[in-house]
Design a binder for this molecule. Structure first.
Ligand code: DAH
Length: 359
């Protein structure tokens, strides 16, 4: 039969060039459909002599099978290619490591600073700040600390290096937050009610002392404030802070910047080696305080004949450890997450300003 090879070659080329299934279906109909080219040739077999039919029949059948097979193969290839495309587009690498999530917690000192700031804010205390590198005058002289006072010695205080030829007293890393009293009064005058939380530095390093720690200073100056107001403020503070009624006790003491001066103890007891604050008849020292010395008021430009008030200074790290039962300074300096979590600090556990303290 003539032309079968050309017919075949034509179809095989077009099949291999087909872009999609619709194109393949068109080719199938054109070749093998009822009126397709191959089918029409099949019909011609009837008119042939038996001799001719003997060769043309198998040739046509082979042609039909070949085209059919080529169509199926191309169809499968197109489906494979489509699947490949999809797999490429939707590729998901299950071996990728997970995305890291920030897993920090709030630092105990930050949390306690926020807590105490909120409590004092409720009593009308604003937050005042001062520099950590302080002048000799603000850190010592203005606070009536005499030149021979032990705090001014090299082994207690970090003194800053001086430029050659600079004869001024060297600056210091502030040894307490008390200089903020001077700065706040110089800036705002009286009456004033501020707290000043922040970092302080001393040459001290053992189980319970670090060369950098945190204090909060309190200062209230008005016309007729007394030690009674101081005691009330402190008892309000400790009761709100520890969440139980806490009694306080004054013990006579001495600070250059207050007169009279008192150390303040809070009520506590030990039950089976466990500290209980606000219970029992034990006492624990937590802060220094007193009536602001007239010389301190005068150094800050406040007239001591017109104004008087109280001040106090307390260690934040210390009361954080007491409140959360943290036995040593590791939680503060290593900031090991497991350690902090053990003591119940989490990123979500932030205090709110008004009464909503989280514990
Ligand atoms: N500045 C003192 C210290 O660092 C603490 C202190 C005591 C602060 C008595 C005061 C105060 O305001 O009145 O040890």
């Amino acid at each position: 039969m003539d032309g079968l090879d050309t017919l075949k070659a034509g179809y095989l080329t077009r099949i291999s060039d087909a872009a999609d299934e619709a194109g393949l279906e068109e080719l199938r109909l054109a070749a093998l459909g009822k009126k397709g080219e191959v089918s029409l040739k099949m019909r011609e077999l009837g008119k042939m002599s038996p001799e001719e039919r003997k060769t043309a029949g198998p040739a046509l059948n082979a042609l039909k099978d070949e085209i059919d097979a080529a169509l199926r193969a191309k169809k499968a290839a197109l489906a494979d290619a489509a699947l490949d495309e999809r797999l490429k587009a939707e590729w998901l690498d299950v071996t990728l490591p997970g995305r890291p999530r920030a897993a920090g917690t709030i630092h105990p000192v930050s949390q306690v600073t926020a807590e105490l700031t909120a409590i004092f804010a409720d009593m009308g205390f604003a937050v005042a700040e001062g520099p950590q590198i302080e002048t000799d005058w603000y850190n010592f002289d203005a606070l009536n600390i005499p030149p021979e006072h032990p705090a001014r010695q090299e082994h207690d205080t970090f003194f800053m290096a001086r430029a050659e030829g600079d004869e001024r007293p060297p600056h210091v890393l502030r040894t307490h937050t008390s200089p903020v009293q001077i700065r706040a009064m110089t800036e705002a005058g009286a009456p004033i009610r501020v707290i000043a939380p922040g970092r302080v530095y001393r040459m001290d390093m053992d189980q319970t002392h670090a060369p950098m720690f945190h204090q909060v200073e309190g200062l209230a100056i008005d016309r007729d404030l007394s030690m009674a107001n101081l005691k009330w403020v402190l008892e309000e503070f400790f009761s709100a802070f520890f969440g139980v009624k806490v009694a306080t006790r004054f013990r006579a003491s001495h600070f250059p910047f207050t007169e009279p001066s008192a150390e303040v103890d809070i009520q506590c007891s030990w039950v089976d080696g466990q500290l209980r604050i606000g219970e029992g008849d034990g006492w624990m020292e937590v802060l220094g305080s007193g009536m602001v010395h007239p010389k301190v008021l005068a150094a800050a430009g406040v007239d001591p004949d017109q104004w008087q008030g109280f001040a106090f200074g307390m260690g934040i790290d210390r009361i954080a450890m007491l409140k959360y039962g943290i036995p040593d300074l590791r939680a503060f300096f290593e900031s090991d997450l497991r350690w902090l979590r053990h003591y119940g600090f989490s990123a979500l556990d932030v205090p709110t300003l008004h009464g909503g303290l989280s514990r």
